[in-house]
Design a protein. Structure first.
Length: 135
């Protein structure tokens, strides 16, 4: 588990690392990774803006993401957004797994709150195991 260490402002369409929400891992054998997390955001500035959070693994985004749409910027509130789960193979080599966020629609910004934003990775067995169908 790695928690966000500093509030992170998301204010562009460029994927921005969530500070501290990064896991560096080197599995001893090829394994499966199960990853989930939580994103807390507040202080969105423009109604209608849409922000997305992705999981970046070695520079490549995993296929699914979580999204937050600002329904009313006049209401300053905090939202807790569940992330994942993501399941993917990792080779027996060094890997970097991290949360990133960006604004996909609009012109405003949102703050990712460090206190309740985190990423959790569980490494599971051997990704090279095959199912014996001979019986």
């Amino acid at each position: 588990e790695q928690r966000c260490t500093t509030n992170t402002t998301i204010n562009s369409g460029t994927e921005t690392d969530i500070t501290g929400a990064t896991i560096s891992i080197t599995p001893a054998i090829a394994s499966m990774a199960l990853v989930w997390g939580q994103l807390q955001v507040d202080s969105a500035t423009v109604t209608g803006d849409v922000f997305q959070c992705v999981l970046d693994v070695d520079g490549t985004n995993q296929p699914s993401y979580s999204q937050y749409e600002v329904l009313d910027s006049a209401k300053v509130d905090r939202r807790h957004i569940p992330l994942g789960p993501w399941v993917f193979p990792l080779t027996a080599a060094a890997h970097t797994v991290k949360l990133q966020a960006y604004r996909s629609v609009g012109t405003g910004q949102v703050s990712v709150v460090s206190a309740n934003t985190k990423i959790v990775l569980l490494l599971i067995g051997d990704a090279n195991v095959t199912n014996d169908t001979s019986s």
